[in-house]
Design a protein around this ligand. Structure first.
Ligand SMILES: Nc1nc2c(ncn2[C@@H]2O[C@H](COP(=O)(O)OP(=O)(O)OP(=O)(O)O)[C@@H](O)[C@H]2O)c(=O)[nH]1
Ligand SMILES: [Mg+2]
Length: 541
């Protein structure tokens, strides 16, 4: 259909309505009802404008600065601060600037430089260490995110061409001109009334259209900086070396497994519980990656007893594997321990527990420390066991400080959160009494008070080195505080632990695949060269 025909159709459709509006308006004006008609019209327009203004206000549009992922290191977080600052700095910039395509390319380059500098301070060229595929992956991921955001929140964006947007902007201009002409005409007919209405409408909607447009454009502009910034951080920290597809897969693998609500699950038969409670991680080939817990502590602190308690009665069904740093146990959480209350844990989550050999009361030797590093660098969570009855905790504090220093020297890794298990609480005074459960947080029995005091002391000794502290008794047959206190504490730090797992997965991948990739590329390149040579020889022959 030609434009002319379209135009004719629109005019023909619109003409009767325009005529009715004109005639009606004239009639209203003639009979003096105009004032009465004007009031509801004014109210309708006001409400419509107000709602449009509110719904396009920035805090009603989805936020674009979602929580930084749990696996981000301190360096990543510092870089994110810069990105957020940049986004904020544009709050008062003109819309014309935000509409200019060149502005976005300049901004992208500037942001890329700033983030890269956070990773290579002082470097002459902060992009030196990047590869082309990584950079392209960054662009691909950011673009995909922005595309999704715009398609979801800007209705009709898939049909709007840039040309249309410019036209819409012009149409607003025409509308304003039209309104001015209308006001001028009305003023001739009824100057006083018109002046009052004009002032009222100015006060109510002055610049409203502009504000609505500005809000949406500024929102997109902020989203652009946040999303691009986020992937620049992933880029500079080396996590995009695996490529866009694998990057998404790795992240998805480390999401918490779907919630399994024990109240809605059909209760299994008692003997089935113990069967189902723990299945070896080896059986779950697909699904989430295992969470690795390193159990550290001094000699005879009660580490092995605690590990046995964590495994429950099903220790036999657990995969037991001697490794350099100690013994590894692999199993899968099921949301219930044998006979015990349901664990507040995501079921189906494979877990690997590493029981280490302890260090002496003089503190960890270099060999002990090396073993602790080996256990912790693969761990997503550290459980540090310390005896309640042994008040000197300097060896434990030393170990944590050395571990922190070690992780700090590896900015692409993150130290796992540390949960302290204070063992042997049964031996706190009164020694002869052991009558669990103990309400150590607020109870008034002497044992409860002593446990509380002991935990206070431990808290002071470790300070911010640890994320959580739980008192336990790990002695066979007298266990207490493990399912009730320690496990929930461990689970509550799982997100952070999963984050550490993500970093490790990326580290392992990016190191491992590199040579195979080069091999494949050489092969591809080789095939192309062979093809060219063949053609050359064919032509000669
Ligand atoms: N009373 C009491 N005894 C405990 C507790 N936890 C462990 N024990 C006992 O302390 C001793 C040492 O416990 P383990 O679990 O072997 O300690 P460990 O830290 O693994 O020791 P090493 O591996 O040799 O470093 C054992 O005799 C346990 O029965 C506890 O909470 N209370
Ligand atoms: Mg042991």
């Amino acid at each position: 259909m030609t434009r002319l025909r379209l135009f004719v159709l629109i005019v023909l459709f619109a003409a009767p309505f325009a005529l009715l509006m004109g005639a009606g308006g004239y009639h209203l004006w003639e009979t003096g009802w105009m004032v009465w008609a004007w009031i509801p019209m004014f109210v309708c327009f006001s409400v419509a404008y107000f709602l449009a203004w509110r719904w396009t206000k920035r805090h009603n549009l989805p936020p674009t600065d979602a929580e930084p992922p749990g696996y981000w290191t301190d360096r990543d977080k510092a870089a994110w601060e810069k990105v957020a600052e940049k986004a904020k700095s544009f709050e008062k910039v003109t819309t014309e600037q935000l509409e200019n395509p060149k502005h976005y390319s300049d901004l992208a380059l500037d942001l890329a430089k700033q983030v890269a500098e956070a990773y290579n301070p002082g470097a002459e060229d902060p992009f030196e260490h990047l590869t082309l595929p990584e950079i392209l992956t960054c662009v691909e991921l950011a673009a995909a995110d922005l595309d999704e955001l715009v398609q979801k929140y800007v209705p009709g964006s898939h049909m709007l061409r840039i040309r249309d947007m410019k036209r819409a902007r012009k149409a607003v201009g025409w509308y304003k001109t039209g309104m001015n002409v209308y006001w001028a005409g009305a003023a001739v007919l009824d100057p006083v009334q018109t002046a009052i209405r004009y002032l009222a409408s100015r006060a109510a909607f002055g610049g409203l259209m502009d504000r609505i447009q500005d809000n949406i454009i500024l929102w997109f502009h902020t989203a652009f900086i946040h999303h691009f910034g986020r992937y620049l951080i992933e880029l500079n920290s080396g996590r995009l070396r695996v490529g866009a597809k694998r990057y998404r897969e790795l992240l998805a693998q480390h999401q918490a497994p779907p919630e399994d609500d024990p109240t809605t699950r059909p209760a299994p038969a008692p003997e089935a519980v113990s069967e189902a409670a723990l299945t070896t991680a080896a059986q779950t080939a697909v699904g989430p990656k295992a969470i690795t817990v390193a159990v550290l502590g001094s000699v005879k602190a009660g580490k092995s007893s605690l590990v046995n308690a964590l495994l429950g009665r099903n220790a036999a069904q657990v995969d037991r594997l001697p490794v350099n740093a100690g013994i590894r146990y692999d199993f899968t959480l099921s949301g219930g321990t044998a006979g015990g209350p349901p664990l507040p844990s995501p079921s189906g989550q494979p877990v690997s527990i590493l029981d280490t050999s302890g260090y002496g009361q003089d503190g960890p030797t270099d060999a002990d420390f090396a073993a602790a590093v080996e256990a912790s660098r693969d761990a997503d969570l550290i459980v540090l066991v310390t005896q309640a009855t042994n008040p000197g905790r300097q060896p434990d504090v030393d170990l944590l400080d050395r571990l922190r220093a070690w992780f700090a020297s590896k900015p692409h890794l993150k130290m796992p959160p540390v949960v302290v298990a204070v063992s042997h609480i049964d031996l706190l005074s009164p020694k002869a009494e052991w009558n669990p459960p103990y309400d150590w947080k607020s109870g008034t029995r002497p044992k409860e008070q002593n446990i509380r005091e002991c935990i206070e002391v431990v808290k002071e000794q470790f300070g911010e080195r640890v994320a959580d502290i739980a008192p336990v008794c790990g002695r066979e047959g007298e266990r207490f505080g493990i399912v009730e206190g320690l496990v929930p504490a461990m689970v509550s730090h799982l997100d952070s632990a999963r984050g550490t797992a993500v970093l490790k997965a990326f580290e392992a991948e990016t190191g491992a695949g590199q040579y195979e990739k080069i091999g494949a590329q050489v092969l591809e390149g080789g095939k192309a060269v062979l093809g060219i040579l063949r053609d050359v020889f064919k032509k000669r022959g």
